[in-house]
Write a protein that binds this ligand. Structure first.
Ligand SMILES: [Zn+2]
Ligand SMILES: [Zn+2]
Length: 53
């Protein structure tokens, strides 16, 4: 599971670890959250791009 945060290169073997990392490192930036993956994005553009993959 790769961190979707722009510029963040970290990846994790478990989604739980990614979520923990995301909340710890990028908290306050989850303005746009994917309803399927529960992954947050700082910009609406990134969420749209994620959903179109
Ligand atoms: Zn990250
Ligand atoms: Zn998603």
């Amino acid at each position: 599971f790769h961190c979707p945060h722009p510029g963040c290169e970290q990846s994790f073997t478990r989604r739980y670890n990614l979520k923990t990392h995301f909340l710890a490192s990028h908290i306050g930036e989850r303005n746009f959250v994917c309803p399927i993956c529960d992954v947050g994005f700082a910009r609406k553009y990134d969420l749209i791009r994620h959903g179109s993959l």
